[in-house]
Design a protein around this ligand. Structure first.
Ligand SMILES: [Zn+2]
Ligand SMILES: [Zn+2]
Ligand SMILES: [Zn+2]
Length: 296
């Protein structure tokens, strides 16, 4: 097998609950209940290294579909080499059990996660059993420390701790650097003020420049701050897309590509014909799609 490029594939663009969301009878999910092509899966990212090794970021319940999507976009055979988890919220972890004996029956799968998440694995009976059975092999990382997932994969991962409601575990964005490009995977965060403060940056553009990233897959959960009419949006804080693009303005020369992911079922960006989606694109920013590939 010869060398290949490092390639990332976006395997899900929905918020944790997916689209349609269970129990949603509102217009936002009506079409996706009827048309399987409009179903969207929880956020997930696959990366293949120059050594043909395969690395998955997030373990969602849509794993079967996502492996197919990944294989269609970037065909590689063989078992998964490493698994990475950003944080413990539902859609990012509810597929962990699929690596166990009832399904894939992995053995010694390296699971890169924070030490807080590694402790949660121990304290969660179903996951503790998987550790006991040798299915998963936790590899705790530290924020800011560069990791090479396999010796010859040709890319590195730097987890960056980001403020996000931490009832179960802390949250780490993943900075993934290949020979040609650097990608930041930031599916969830609470507020720009908190993220920028923790990163020591005065504004979003300065932070992007400090990171030296070429492309950012970023939290686009809600379009606006008043999107959840029936419940208190303050209990699930995410910076609304409108706030992010208004604060940045149109994409300027030298800006990275910014691609919105982690879209809630209520988000009008699910419909590419919506005025909101057109506004994002007219400003030079992007909305992620499942199967989208990025050479790193
Ligand atoms: Zn999430
Ligand atoms: Zn809905
Ligand atoms: Zn979350």
């Amino acid at each position: 097998m010869g060398e290949r490029s490092v390639k990332a594939t976006l395997l899900g663009i929905a918020q944790d609950a997916g689209r349609p969301q269970a129990g949603c009878v509102r217009p936002c999910c009506a079409d996706s209940h009827l048309d399987p092509s409009l179903v969207r899966h929880p956020v997930s990212l696959g990366v293949v290294g120059v050594d043909h090794s395969t690395h998955l970021f997030e373990a969602t319940r849509a794993l079967a579909w996502q492996f197919e999507c990944w294989h269609d976009a970037d065909p590689e055979e063989g078992p998964l080499d490493t698994l990475w988890i950003t944080h413990a919220h539902l859609g990012h972890v509810d597929g962990i059990g699929l690596f166990g004996r009832e399904a894939i029956a992995a053995s010694g799968l390296p699971l890169h996660c924070s030490s807080v998440f590694a402790e949660l694995l121990q304290r969660t009976p179903a996951w503790a059993l998987m550790l006991e059975q040798g299915v998963l092999s936790p590899c705790p990382f530290e924020s800011g420390v560069v990791i090479s997932p396999t010796e010859q994969c040709g890319f590195t991962v730097t987890p960056l701790k980001v403020p996000h409601r931490a009832e179960l575990s802390d949250m780490h964005a993943m900075q993934i650097t290949g020979p040609r490009r650097t990608l930041l995977f930031l599916p969830d965060h609470d507020a720009w003020s908190e993220t920028l403060e923790s990163m020591g940056a005065s504004d979003i553009r300065t932070w992007f420049q400090n990171l030296e990233v070429d492309i950012i897959l970023i939290d686009g959960t809600f379009w606006s701050a008043d999107e959840l009419h029936h419940r208190d949006q303050g209990t699930v804080p995410h910076p609304p897309v409108r706030e992010t693009i208004e604060s940045l303005g149109p994409r300027q020369e030298g800006d990275p590509r910014m691609v919105f992911i982690h879209l809630n079922h209520t988000n009008p960006l699910h419909d590419e014909e919506s005025p909101e989606a057109q506004m994002v694109e007219q400003m030079g920013w992007e909305i992620g799609f499942e199967g989208m590939t990025i050479e790193l």
